[in-house]
Ligand binder design. Structure first.
Ligand SMILES: *[C@@H]1O[C@H](CO)[C@@H](O)[C@H](O)[C@H]1NC(C)=O
Ligand SMILES: *[C@@H]1O[C@H](CO)[C@@H](O)[C@H](O)[C@H]1NC(C)=O
Ligand SMILES: *[C@@H]1O[C@H](CO)[C@@H](O)[C@H](O)[C@H]1NC(C)=O
Length: 286
């Protein structure tokens, strides 16, 4: 009995793969297999076509020089120099070591602002109006020029006469810059955005008198719009310096600087970085 039964079992097992009676391979006839393969071929060709088409359209809209999507705030933030640790500036005027690092970082930061360098690289632009250099159609207006920002504009905070930027006399300078946003036009009708600093809450009076350089505390309109690092490689970011003339000693003071403009929306409460920067200042006496 056994040998015949086993033979039958065997053949029925192989029948599943290849059934000679119905000419089915794995349960399908040749025609059925042909249709299935045909379907998948068309299906995958279609998917590949979709992919290629989508990439093509994407690449058409991409531009090497201006990002299509800007993941940035509508109202850009402000940043200070020197930054200190965690935006905290602590020093004692008598103790050179406590502020030397600030003076050095300002020296390095202001190096490209030297008047001679600015005269070599950038243009002497007409102030109080945008420096527009649009591309005309397909013809790129490259490379784009930038406007001079002379270090001497920062006067007492330029580090040229006072190498310590006021830190040695307890009247520290802090530089403020507006973060770059490509294409931003931060003002209209000839009115440039300007910086205003004050102490937070009860620190206002303890902060004493503030002096700005340039005196109008403005980022002149001629430095805008910014066209991006590649298109405008010599771009020099405008600065405003604020000098704290009579700070209350040995107290940690919370300072907030905001940018005021007739086009930028005032920083919203829920976004504490839009159009503002906060930092701590402590001038000690030992
Ligand atoms: C950038 O600066 C260099 C000198 O540092 C100058 O030769 C070049 O022309 C400048 N380019 C533009 C686009 O202003
Ligand atoms: C910058 O300084 C140079 C040389 O001192 C001067 O010719 C130029 O007018 C100044 N530019 C601005 C924008 O103040
Ligand atoms: C500096 O501030 C103190 C109070 O904090 C005040 O008494 C003094 O008159 C101020 N000095 C100047 C020059 O403003």
């Amino acid at each position: 009995m056994s040998s015949k039964d086993e033979q039958q079992k065997d053949s029925s097992g192989w029948d599943y793969v290849w059934n000679p009676r119905t000419h089915e391979f794995l349960g399908r006839t040749a025609t059925s297999w042909g249709l299935v393969l045909c379907f998948y071929l068309v299906f995958y060709l279609f998917l590949a076509g979709m992919f290629v088409f989508t990439m093509y359209v994407m690449l058409l809209t991409l531009d090497d020089f201006t990002p299509t999507i800007q993941d940035r705030l509508v109202t850009p933030g402000l940043m200070i120099r020197p930054r200190g640790e965690q935006l905290e500036l602590r020093f004692s005027p008598e103790n050179t070591e406590t502020w030397d690092v600030y003076a050095q970082s300002l020296d390095a930061f202001l190096e490209p602002y030297n008047d001679i360098y600015q005269a070599q690289t950038n243009d002497d632009c007409v102030p109080d109006q945008f420096f527009i250099q649009e591309d005309s159609g397909e013809v790129r207006n490259h490379p784009k020029r930038s406007c001079q920002f002379n270090r001497t504009v920062l006067e007492e905070c330029s580090g040229l006469q006072d190498r310590s930027y006021g830190y040695q006399s307890g009247q520290p300078c802090v530089l403020i810059k507006l973060n770059r946003v490509i294409g931003m036009l931060p003002g209209k009708e000839g009115l440039s955005p300007y910086v205003s600093c004050a102490g937070k809450r009860e620190d206002g009076e303890k902060l004493g008198q503030l002096v700005y350089f340039p005196p109008n505390a403005a980022f002149n309109l001629m430095y805008y719009p910014y066209y991006g690092k590649r298109a405008q490689m010599n771009y020099t970011q405008p600065l405003v310096a604020v000098k704290f003339m009579n700070v209350t000693m040995n107290q940690e003071l919370a300072v907030e600087c905001v940018v005021v403009s007739n086009t930028l929306a005032p920083g919203e409460e829920r976004d504490k970085f839009a159009g503002r920067v906060s930092f701590k200042l402590r001038v000690g006496d030992q």
